[in-house]
Ligand binder design. Sequence first.
Ligand code: C2E
Ligand code: CA
Ligand code: CA
Ligand code: CA
Length: 279
Amino acid sequence: VKTAGKGHHRFFQPALFETIRHRRELEQSLVTALEQDQFLVVYQPRVDTMSGLLCSMEALVRWQHPQHGMVPPLEFIPVAESSGLISQLGEVVIEKVCQQMARWKTYGLELVPVSINVSARQFGRGDVHRVLASALARHGIDARLIEVEITESAMMDEQNRAVEQLAAIRALGVRLLVDDFGTGYSSLSQLQKFAMDGLKIDRAFTMELGRSEQGEVFVRAIVSMAHALGMSVVAEGVETREQLDMLHALHCNEVQGYFISRPVLAEQMLELMLKRFLI
Ligand code: C2E
Ligand code: CA
Ligand code: CA
Ligand code: CA
C-alpha cells in the first residue's frame, strides 16, 4: 500500500505544477486578450412563447484567440474570476453590448432588451452600476433595454454586498433576472427581498420535460410561484418541439435554446430582428 501511495504521490505532483503553470499562462493571455481586444459578444434570441416573437436576447462572451480560435466562456470565465480580471472583462462586455445596441438603433431597428451575465466576483469592486450607467449614457441606450442575469449564489454573496449593488443596478431601471434557477438554494423570501424581475429555469429542468413527470411538476411549480410573485419566467436550453409545446402549455413566458437559434454574431442577429417571428 505504501509503495502504491508513494507512486500515486509522485504521479500527482507534476500534474499539479502543470495545472498551475497552465493557469498562469491562461491568466497572462487573458491580460493580452483584454489589451488586444480579442473578445466579442454573440447573441441568443429569447422568444415570447405565446406569440413566437423575438422579445429579448442574451449576450454571451467569446474569446477569439489568435491561435486557438473561438474559446468558450467556461474555459476562461473561472480564471478571469479567480484572477480578478472579471471586472475588466465585464466592462468590455457591457461596453460592446451598448455599442452594438446603438448601432442597431442607427439602422432604424426596434431594439429589444439585451440581458448581460454578471458574476458574483464582478461585485467585488462595487461599481457595476456605475459602469452600466456610464455605458448607457454614452451610447444613448434606455436602461429598460438592459437586463442583468445573476445566479442565486451571486445574489446571496454577502461579502461583496450583492444586495446593495443589485438595488443600485435596479434603481437605474435595469431589470434583474435569476440565472440557472433551480440549481442553487434561493427561497421565495429571498427572491422578494432581492426584488428580482424574472427567473431563468436552468436547462437541466427543461431537459426533463417529456422525459420524466418530475420535470413537468417542477416547471409548473416554478411558473406558478414566479407569476404569483409578479416575476416572468424564461426556459433555457429548449432543444425540441416537444419541450417548446410543453412550455407553452405550462404558461412559461419566454423560451431560449438551440431549437430556436444558437447564439449568433451581431450581423446574423440583425436578420433575426428583421424576421421577428422565430417560432
Ligand atoms: P449561461 O448564462 O447559463 O448561458 C447559457 C449557456 O447555454 C450558453 O453557453 C449558451 O450558448 C448555452 N445554450 C443555449 N441554448 C442551449 C441549448 O439549447 N442547449 C445547450 N446544450 N446549450 C445551450 P455559453 O455561451 O458557452 O456560456 C456558458 C456560461 O458562461 C454562461 O452560462 C455564463 O455563466 C458564462 N458567461 C457567458 N458569457 C458571460 C459574460 O459575458 N459574463 C459572465 N460573467 N459570464 C458569462
Ligand atoms: Ca445567463
Ligand atoms: Ca443560465
Ligand atoms: Ca449556467
